[in-house]
Write a protein that binds this ligand. Structure first.
Ligand code: ADP
Ligand code: MG
Length: 700
């Protein structure tokens, strides 16, 4: 019989109420199931035993057999430490505890043979081992032992209360004894045999008590695959439910707006990537399902024209369209870019933001409701309830990461049948992550920049090279170019950062004196009106240098600016550096990005700088960023569950993720309702995992 794994952990022999409480509080372990899924962080080879005379000054974990012959308390600056003299037939060493001393005194006996395990230090002419793992030799020999000793995740509290790694391993062993190590299979025979996977029971046994490196590796593969497989299955099913349940507006034709624009007014040849994405969007709009698509494309890859041409498809079918951007500056920029194109086509377009006048608003509201207004551009002012469309067919959101899911769904409600939705982002998310985070959106990618762009030259310079850098700036200004100089502004060190900014501004003012040079400064403490004034001076070319904090990161478009200097570049994250660099390289001139740093650099900073110098491919940069920071800081991951992975790692195991996604897709294609007998095990596991509701919706 197979034990019910939902049994509370209290029932496991050797656990009891106190330990159960601790396990719940510290490791979220409530049931047998949770305990089995507590996977080791790493493994240590414990087949070797050392004599004290053989110990080396290395940092390896070692195990030694011997006896405690004395305990002593030693006073130190704060509190005291407990020191045990530990000896074998070859010599003496010390065991040391800084915490939990009372417990140690009560539990460990003098002159009894123990196996101790841990790292050793060379201290006062002796080896000492702080907080060793200890086990009676007798027990040690009896225990289920394997070549690789698992090291489980733990917390300080657990260790202090005596729930050491050894105790966890013992509890785990007890669990395997009570269940006979037999666990219900959770993948189909098809998949298991095709991928030559170990059975669930074999994999669980060998991940906790590996018999060999090879079995350990295969066990980990099987369990990681399974973990990804069920996440992918869930995401794909969600997407399918969406497509089958949410009827979309059918745009039957490509009409005269689109064709006239394409044939007569397109200002340049579209890149192949733009053409491909337009085809993908066209296919969505011409199907019966509501489009919910994410368009990723690096800064400058030309997303706007794709957005505009998609809007034309809506207009051709008698619908309205809107384009929403996160800031007023960006909205205005979009509006200015589109208004000329619209005039040529006789399209009625307006802009609505927080600062639109009341009279304007009234006109806009009316024209929206009676259908005269065809395209509305704006900020989240568009989401207000007063803004009602006659028939909104397509809603486009730029810079998606600044808007939440809630806002996306608010747009849906702007029409009786939800409009098609296209979200655009210039912050590339690595594909592997996108698959997991945005699995419910379809994804299009513009992975090609328009032809003829000169790549931005990026260099790393140290503070001591500043004079050369200033000389370079002077040369560029002499050629008529403009320069950004950006300072970090980080909340925790705000006061100091402002000082750096102001010091920097002063020294730049000295090196670039008026009236020959004009300098703008913009930072977050300025009033909006002053900020705007300074910004406008730079945009109009009245000032040659813009000194700023990262407020200029999003949206500013000054094609004549050709140099981006980033001060203390080691303090910026990769995606921020990439976004900042994207402010230049917008005109015909060769552009430059200069990363200024001090001499002392951490390894991570060095990697970031080298990456920036090496590549301007946003996706490559995003991959490095993900490796450096982990998925936790990447937008959208918090809700997606990729952070709660128990054994797999979204960065290291991306090949397994890809394979899991492939098999999940294939499964749903061959057996969309999971009703084939051979897939019953998958259906059952899926339902077990508490996703009963989703699958029910999907089947009905
Ligand atoms: P982003 O993807 O960052 O929003 P934009 O849509 O603003 O990029 O495009 C950046 C610049 O490139 C604009 O000036 C735009 O007119 C131009 N552009 C877009 N597509 C092409 C193309 N296929 N060929 C030449 N220039 C293009
Ligand atoms: Mg854009």
């Amino acid at each position: 019989m197979i034990t019910n794994l939902q049994t509370p952990i209290d029932y496991l022999k050797g656990v009891g109420t106190n330990r159960a409480d601790l396990l719940r509080r510290e490791l979220n372990i409530y049931t047998y199931q949770d305990l089995i899924n507590l996977f080791p962080n790493r493994y240590i080879d414990r087949t070797q035993y050392y004599k004290i005379s053989q110990l080396q000054q290395s940092n390896a974990d070692v195990q030694v057999i011997g006896k405690i012959v004395a305990f002593a308390e030693v006073a130190q600056k704060q509190g005291k430490r407990l020191v045990a003299t530990f000896q074998d037939e070859t010599g003496v060493m010390e065991l040391v505890w800084f915490r939990g001393q009372k417990w140690i005194r009560e539990h460990f006996k003098l002159n009894t043979t123990y196996v101790v395990f841990g790292k050793t230090n060379w201290f006062n002419g002796k080896f000492s081992m702080p907080h060793p793992e200890m086990e009676l030799l007798e027990e040690h020999e009896k225990n289920l032992r394997s070549a690789m000793q698992p090291i489980y995740p733990s917390t300080e509290k657990l260790a202090n209360k005596g729930i050491t790694n050894r105790v966890i391993a013992k509890i785990m062993q007890q669990l395997f004894m009570e269940t006979n190590g037999r666990f219900a299979e959770s993948l189909s025979e098809n998949i298991c045999s095709e991928l030559k996977l170990l059975t669930k029971s074999e994999a669980l046994f060998n991940v906790h008590f590996p018999k060999s490196q090879e079995l350990l590796a295969r066990s980990q593969f099987r369990l990681k695959f399974e973990e990804f497989f069920y996440i992918q299955l869930q995401l794909i099913i969600k997407n399918l439910i969406h497509k089958s349940k949410i009827k979309g507006l059918l745009f039957e034709k490509v009409g005269s707006y689109f064709n006239t624009f394409f044939n007569d007014h397109l200002p340049f040849e579209l890149t192949n990537a733009q053409k491909r994405v337009l085809k993908e969007i066209r296919a969505d709009l011409g199907s019966n399902a509501q489009m919910n698509r994410l368009l990723q494309g690096d800064v400058g890859s030309g997303k706007t024209i794709v957005a505009f041409m998609s809007m034309l498809m809506a207009l051709d079918n008698g619908f309205q369209a809107c384009l929403m951007a996160p800031t007023e500056i960006l909205s205005v920029q979009h509006y200015n870019g589109l208004v000329d194109l619209c005039n040529k086509l006789n399209i009625n377009i307006k802009i609505l933001t927080g600062s639109s006048k009341t009279s304007e608003r009234t006109t806009i509201h009316k024209a929206l409701e009676n259908g005269d207004l065809q395209i509305l551009v704006g900020t989240h002012a568009l989401l207000e309830d007063k803004v009602k469309f006659k028939n909104l067919g397509l809603a486009i959101i730029d810079e998606q990461h600044r808007f939440g899911v809630a806002q996306r769904s608010k747009l849906w409600q702007k029409n009786a049948t939800p409009p098609h939705v296209l979200v655009m982002t210039a912050t590339p998310i690595p594909r592997t992550l996108a698959m997991s985070v945005y699995g419910d959106l379809d994804i299009s990618v513009i992975d090609e920049l328009p032809a003829g762009r000169k790549p931005i030259k990026t260099v790393h310079r140290y503070d001591k090279n500043r004079l050369q850098v200033f000389k370079f700036i002077k040369d560029e200004i002499a050629k008529g170019r403009q320069i950004y100089i950006v300072y970090p502004l980080i909340q925790e060190s705000e006061a100091l950062d402002y000082k750096d900014l102001m010091d920097g501004y002063e020294s730049i003012s000295r090196d670039f004196p008026m009236p020959h040079y004009q300098i703008s400064i913009v930072h977050g403490k300025m009033k909006a009106a002053d900020k705007d004034f300074e910004m406008q001076r730079f945009i109009k070319g009245e000032t040659q240098i813009m000194v700023a904090t990262t407020v200029i990161e999003v949206g500013v478009n000054v094609p004549n600016a050709s140099v981006m200097i980033i001060e203390s570049a080691e303090r910026f994250g990769l995606s921020q550096l990439h976004q900042l660099r994207g402010r230049v390289g917008r005109g015909a001139e060769q552009s430059y990005c200069i990363l200024m740093t001090g001499h002392k650099l951490s390894n991570d900073s060095r990697t970031r700088l080298e990456t920036m110098v090496r590549t301007s491919d946003g996706f490559e940069i995003a991959e490095v960023d993900l490796k450096l920071r982990g998925p936790g800081d990447i937008m959208g991951t918090q809700q997606s569950g990729v952070l709660n992975l128990k054994i797999a790692d979204i960065v290291k195991d991306k090949d397994i993720l890809q394979s899991a996604r492939f098999y999940a897709k294939k499964l749903l294609k061959d057996d969309p309702t999971l009703s084939n007998a051979e897939n019953k095990v998958i259906l059952n596991t899926y339902i077990e995992m508490g996703k009963y509701k989703n699958i029910w919706n999907y089947i009905s």
